[in-house]
Design a protein around this ligand. Sequence first.
Ligand code: ZN
Length: 100
Amino acid sequence: MVKIPKEQRRYCPNCDEHTDQTVKEVTNRSDSPFKKKFRKRQRKIDHGYGSFPYENPAIRSRGRKNPTSEKKDLQFTCNECGKSWKPSEPLRAAKLEIER
Ligand SMILES: [Zn+2]
């Protein structure tokens, strides 16, 4: 279990300095069906190409165990300029809790 505070003092790329920011977990956001990545995957599933990519996301890695953790979709909102941004390297955890 990874616990992170809701209010954090972090670097804001817009203000170019450290400001108080609020963390929010963005949920239920799926890949846009217009993205090239999504279209390529869908084409392979529809037409068939070997055995990859698997339609079932539970079967992700051949010969290895599937990862139990996942990348969390976190969004930081700056309290001073009101703009939000996402970290380039997302947090990886099995369970995440945002403490208030
Ligand atoms: Zn800011």
